[in-house]
Write a protein that binds this ligand. Structure first.
Ligand code: DHK
Length: 149
């Protein structure tokens, strides 16, 4: 049976394509999902792809990924990156690897974007590659899940 990975997207990522395109690009969330579906298929994963503007909903989906024994979880926590202890705590319960993705390079922007609670639970962090970062994260999870250590 194919391993399942979750890709979770936080607030305002529903607006991709029209939201500050000079920072986030012109690709829509539907384009991101398509990219992720292609990458997941290439690596033999089943994909669950979701977006919410609500912190508790994201926590519930992380709990679901844990209960479903997902092979990995990729999260772009967006604005919750720098504020959410609840999302961090949920991610800390995951036994499978968590990858944090940001479309923009958060280190080249406002100072407040640099502090990530989520990074404390992340096996890896990808930022600044645009939406391609999601595909890189899926490839990274595939390497980890095939890796012997
Ligand atoms: C997306 C957001 O919505 C911001 O709150 C983060 C992140 C950066 C991104 O680059 O994908 O600071």
């Amino acid at each position: 049976m194919a391993k399942t990975i979750y890709v979770l997207n936080g607030p305002n990522l529903n607006l991709l394509g029209t939201r500050q395109p000079h920072i986030y690009g012109r690709a829509t969330l539907a384009d991101v999902e398509k990219l992720c579906r292609g990458a997941a298929e290439r690596h033999g994963f089943t994909l669950v792809f979701r977006q919410s503007n609500h912190e508790g909903q994201i926590v519930d989906w992380i709990n679901e990924a844990r209960a479903e024994k997902a092979a990995g979880l990729i999260i772009n926590p967006a604005g919750y990156t720098t504020t959410s202890v609840a999302i961090l705590d949920a991610l800390l319960t995951m036994e499978s690897p968590v990858v944090e993705v940001h479309i923009s390079n958060i280190h080249a922007r406002e100072e407040f974007r640099r502090h990530s609670y989520v990074s404390l639970a992340a096996r890896a962090v990808i930022c600044g590659f645009g939406i391609e970062g999601y595909a890189l994260a899926i490839g990274g999870l595939a390497n980890l899940s095939g890796a012997k250590d």
